[in-house]
Design a protein around this ligand. Structure first.
Ligand SMILES: C[S@@+](CC[C@H](N)C(=O)[O-])C[C@H]1O[C@@H](n2cnc3c(N)ncnc32)[C@H](O)[C@@H]1O
Length: 450
């Protein structure tokens, strides 16, 4: 079976499922990663793709005609591989090679096309079950408008900053929400400031960053905005220490709920949510919404990764289904984590191996599972909406090799929609700009019980 249908609830760590448990319930009912079909029955065993290929081309014991046919198919297969749109043969690919992701050498086809969300995609529940107003059609239309804008970006190489997916997400949401003021925490060379400016040409920006983007101008491209108040360089003040009453008054902001705050500063997101809540900010976007076991700060996605959420909670059982699937995926995707990395020595899987990370990993704190659980309940009590930006396109189109589709929702342009990908102008972008996706998230918050 494809692993898609298998990611539902997991048993809590206090009661790991043993193989015996699996036997008792037939294997499909309780264990989320059992290889069953959607209806729970164990059926298909398609064998690995590699095995099927080798069966096809095995000439011994076959009549001559079939052998020739097999040989012809072999030639067609490799010619097709050579000419498939977008397979860049001029690039040097690392261990996360296209063929490896397809699983040609002993894996299965699951690796490339239909694996979005198969390990589950944790999400945060909102207070009233509300979601965002925009939908897939709006995102597609947005992409159409954004690609030519992105092509004019001043900072072409934004390594360590945002790539295409998140630039699009930030631009799309800022344009949709139409804030009266935009606040940015974490500017680096100024690419995200530029993106905000493209979305809202007249709206003032406040940018907080320890190093002023103008400093980067000495070395190469950077962006400094004319209608932006910088708390940067020697004027830097952390978001949590700004006198927001005074600053908002100075900007003539009467309604704090009309302000959009964008965080790309690698700080504990629980801390940032609390600080934003105190001021009354409601619309927040977090750039790096890291998956459990990854990243350098405690993220909303990590916080909401709980057993009661589909794809949430984890089994540290080394011989379990999750371990087996993760091990395989670790070989295919740079940012995938296997069970050893996820759980560490102490079987603490939450946050990053039981730690609540902060400030680019400079100040990490071990937390208990109970504390982690409380954090999620608290965050849920604030949320009016939680929306993760999907990746813009599937990996067979973008050639991204880093994030594992198994932990993300389906992309806006799905694998196989090459003509749409091309029509949107996405074929003209360098593959490296698609490598930075980390589940950017928009949240709307308000005080608990409101
Ligand atoms: C990943 S970069 C930001 C990338 C940028 N948004 C872009 O799109 O290119 C993170 C930035 O956060 C800054 N930073 C570090 N600590 C910070 C803090 N406490 N508040 C705001 N920014 C911080 C770093 O100096 C760095 O410029």
């Amino acid at each position: 079976m494809s692993e898609r249908a298998l990611s539902s609830r997991r048993a809590p760590p206090s009661s790991p499922r043993s193989p015996k448990d699996d036997e008792a319930d037939g294997g499909g009912g309780g264990t989320p990663f059992a290889e069953t079909d959607g209806d729970g029955s164990k059926t298909r065993n398609r064998g690995s793709f590699g095995a099927r290929i080798s069966r096809l081309f095995s000439c011994r014991m076959r009549p001559r005609g079939r052998c020739c046919l097999s040989f012809t198919l072999l030639v067609i297969f490799f010619v097709a591989l050579f000419y498939l749109p977008g397979i860049r043969r001029d690039e040097c690919e690392g261990p996360y090679h296209f063929l490896a992701r397809m699983g040609v050498f002993g894996g299965s086809m699951d690796g490339i096309v239909s694996d979005f969300g198969i390990l589950g995609v944790p999400w945060c529940r909102s207070k009233h079950g509300k979601t965002v107003e925009w939908g897939p059609k709006d995102l597609l239309k947005g992409l159409e408008d954004f690609v030519p804008i992105y092509e004019t970006r001043p900072i072409k190489n934004n390594m360590y900053g945002m790539g295409f997916d998140h630039s699009f997400g930030l631009w799309f949401m800022a344009r949709w929400l139409k804030p009266v003021l935009m606040v940015e925490s974490g500017a680096f060379k100024g690419h995200s400031t530029w993106v905000l400016r493209q979305a809202m040409p007249e709206t003032p920006i406040i940018s907080l960053s320890p190093r002023h983007p103008e400093k980067y101008l000495k070395k190469g491209p950077a962006y400094v905005d004319g209608n932006c108040t910088y708390f940067a360089g020697k004027d830097f003040i952390d978001f949590g220490r700004i006198n927001w009453g005074k600053v908002l008054e100075k900007h003539g902001v009467l309604d704090v709920s009309q302000v959009l705050v964008f965080f790309d500063d690698h700080q504990n997101q629980l801390k940032r949510v609390n600080q934003a809540l105190k001021v009354g900010f409601q619309h927040l976007i977090f750039e790096d919404n890291y998956d459990t076991g990854t990243g350098d700060h405690y993220s909303l996605r990590q916080i909401c990764d709980q057993f009661y959420i589909r794809g949430g909670g984890h089994s540290c059982f080394r011989d379990g289904d999750e371990a087996r699937i993760r091990k395989r995926r670790r070989k295919m995707w740079e940012k995938a984590v296997d069970i050893e990395e996820l759980c560490g020595n102490r079987e603490h899987w939450w946050g990053v191996r039981g730690e609540m990370c902060d400030d680019f990993n400079h100040s990490n704190k071990a937390i208990s599972y109970v504390e982690h659980f409380k954090n999620s309940r608290f965050v849920e009590s604030l949320l009016d909406a939680y929306w993760e930006l999907p990746p813009v396109a599937g990996p067979s189109l973008t050639h991204q090799t880093r994030y594992d589709p198994a932990r993300t929702s389906s992309p806006i342009v799905e694998d196989g929609q090459y003509s749409l990908f091309k029509r949107l102008g996405l074929t003209g972008l360098d593959a490296s700009v698609f490598n930075g996706y980390t589940q950017m998230v928009y949240v709307k918050i308000s005080a608990p019980n409101s």
